[in-house]
Every structure is written in C-alpha cells, then in structure tokens.
Design a protein around this ligand. Sequence first.
Ligand code: URP
Ligand code: ZN
Ligand code: ZN
Ligand code: ZN
Length: 457
Amino acid sequence: MSILLKNGRVVTADSDAVCDILIEGETIVSIGRNLSAEGAEVIDCTGKLVMPGGIDPHVHLEMPFMGTFSSDTYETGTRAALHGGTTTVIDFILQKQGNSLRSAFEEWSGRATGNAVGDYSFHMAVTDFNPSTKEEIKDMIAEGITSFKTFMAYKGALMIDDAQMVGLMQEVKKHGGLVTAHATNGDMIDTLIAQHRAQGKLTPLYHYLSQPEVTEAEASGRFADIANYTGVNAYIVHLTCEGALNQVRRATERNQRVLVETCIQYLVLDASLYEDEANGAKWVMSPPLREKKDQATLWAGINQGLVNVVGTDHCPFMWEQKLMGKDDFSKIPNGHPAIEHRMELLFSEGVSTGKITPQKFVEVTSTNPAKIFGMFPRKGTISIGADADLVIFDPQKKHAISASTHHMNCDYSAYEGWELTGKIETVLLRGQVAVDAGETKVSKGYGKFVKRGKTNI
Ligand code: URP
Ligand code: ZN
Ligand code: ZN
Ligand code: ZN
C-alpha cells in the first residue's frame, strides 16, 4: 500500500518547501519534486501545509487523581488527539507510594494495550524513591521508559522531598535518563490552601491565590539547582510564568541547560477566568492560569529557544466531577481538556497572528518532544525512513471549538466558541489515514506503544 502526497508545503523544524512525499507501508520512502508511483493513492495537498504529526508529551488518561479518574480513556483520548493532529502522546504512569515501579507500569500497560487508537508512550512518575525503586530505574529505561517524573507538590499522594530528588537524579544520571518535574512548592501551597479554607475563602479564585508565582519560581530554581549539582538532564513540565522562566534563564548563566515545556492554556488563557464563580472550576488546574505578562514571557521564551515544548497537560473531568469541589476549591479535580486543540490553537494564536513561524510551530509541537524524549528521527520530522505520521493542514480555514463537536470525553469545552484560523484536514499515522474530514479511519488497538531512547537534543 503506497500513498503519494502531492504539492504540499512541507514544513519541518528546519525546512519549508513545496514538494511531494511518498509513503510505503508505515514509512516515508521518498521526498522530492514531481514524484510518481504506480498504483499509489494520491492525495492532493496543493495550498495545504504538510507537517509532522504532533507529539503531546504531557497527558493524563484514565488517571486516578483526587478521588476520581480523568475522564478520557486511552481510546477516547488518543482518538481525540488524532482529530487534533497529535499522533503520539506520552502519558504519566503514577507509582503508588509503597509499591514498585513495575506494578504501576503493568497497570498502565493494561489500560492502554489494545485500546489506544493513536501511538503512545509513558513517563514514570516516581512518587516513592527508596532502595528498592532505585534498583528499578535501569529496568524502566530498558523497557523504553527513559523519563522520570517528579512532583514537588501534592504532598501525601505524589510529592517527593529534596532528599529523594537528589537520590533519584543521581540514579537516573547514572543510567542516562531524564528527570522531569512538576515544579511548585507543595508545602507553601498546602499552607496557603489551609489559610484560605480557614477564612472561608472557598471559591475557584482561591485555587489561583493559593499558588502564587513565587511557589513555582522557587521550586523551579530549586529543581534546576539540584539538577545542576547532579548533572542530570532536566525538564520542567507545564511552566507557566515569568518568575519560573527567569530561574531557567539564571541556570543558563552557569551554562546549564534546563529543558522547558509550557502548555497551550498558559499561552492563551489568563487568571481573570477564575473571577467567574459559577464556571471557574473549568480552569482549575495546577499550576493555575497566570497573567497577561506571563503569556508575553512564554511567547518570547518560545522564540528565544528557552521554552522548548508546548504540550497540554490534558487532564479532563466531567462537569459532575468538577462539582465535587462546588463548596471548596481544594476538592475540584485539577485539570482541563485540551488534547484535541493544542495544534489548532497554537497555530491560530501563534502562527496566524505572526507570533511564531510555521517552523517554530513544528519544532515545539513535534520535533523537540521527539528529540527530548528519545523518539527522533523515527517521529518528530519528515524524513526518509521516518514513520509516516503526517498532518495535512488548511492554514486559511476558519472554524469554531465546541463541546458539541469535540471528540474528548468531556461534557464542556474550556475554549467554547473560540474561532480559529487553520484546520486539521487529514492525519496519517504510520502510513494509514487515521482521520480525514472529521472522520476517524482507524480503530481502537491501532495505536502502538513507542519504546523510547535517550534524550538527544
Ligand atoms: O491540574 C493538573 N495539572 N492536573 C494534572 C496533574 C498535574 O499536576 O499535571
Ligand atoms: Zn542503578
Ligand atoms: Zn503537574
Ligand atoms: Zn500533568
């Protein structure tokens, strides 16, 4: 089975030219002008952008969290991702404190295997670093799980202390892996939450006011400092604000590189949404949305090469689940639905407005995640021998976001009514048309586990 994409504007992180792409089976076999192939299915891409399939390295599918589960399954979540041009996601396995990494890996594999529609991989969240889990680090790397997530907040469930952080970083460094962090000061946040609750300040706005910028800046700096001492490859997930990015900037002054991910919501939404008492829970996530000045910092950070990745932190909950916190912001499950709209939102708000180039768009949505998380060049680019994971994109087409048309298993949209310029038209995953004109063309079980290698950026 071969497919020939004709006359698209093919954009990668380092090239931008009109050409053809020939796919055989799962793989790109030829790129050039005036290609022909007998018997190939031809897709006319005139006037369209052809870009590498998106990689979202921060999603939470069916995650047990705050007394419930995030509402997208592997099936619904990866299908929605495909509709939004994201062909590969990386989910977080959460070790249960007291249990092994292996048992958590088996639990997550059980949920994903045979159910995923799009490709997926895992990070391992180490929530209890001890002599026994220390021995498992190299085994996880051998399984293709080369990134280890830490939580510096959510004490009692997920948080590790600095002693564990040092030990984990030393062990991961020894075996060539990457340590990532939810970098916020958990003790400080818990104190502010308790103070607000004691004063009867219980609306969603107090979620925001319990996680001021300093809680993130402090933890980001501490994470960078410990990483610098141990020499491990370090990556901060969902960085939101100027104070935190300045800590990364500071690290560069001692020639340290700290890799940074922001998420689409922090670029396009701001904390004024928490003033809506009735709906504020839709945007209760951690860290919270920030200020306009932080959006400006993040857009600049992307162009400065300080912000390497734009993910989503997709962690959807039904409105009914959000209502668990209707009388107390601290009981609102944290997270929002975004897996489906990362690419179109970033294109519309970033490329169509001239804030970033199409090449930068590809870099932060696909190429950098592939390089950082050890999937490049099989994924993350358009080159001979790479997986044919491709997005055919109409840069002019206007459309609107709505919960009534999205594919995520969530009964509201955090972007309801947003008008976008630029639309995903066709998505290929490993040489198969996976989505075309809004229709899903592959079924559950098509998505495969991607065994990852080491960071190479
Ligand atoms: O609010 C969020 N971010 N929920 C998911 C868990 C996390 O901290 O990433
Ligand atoms: Zn070891
Ligand atoms: Zn987090
Ligand atoms: Zn997350």
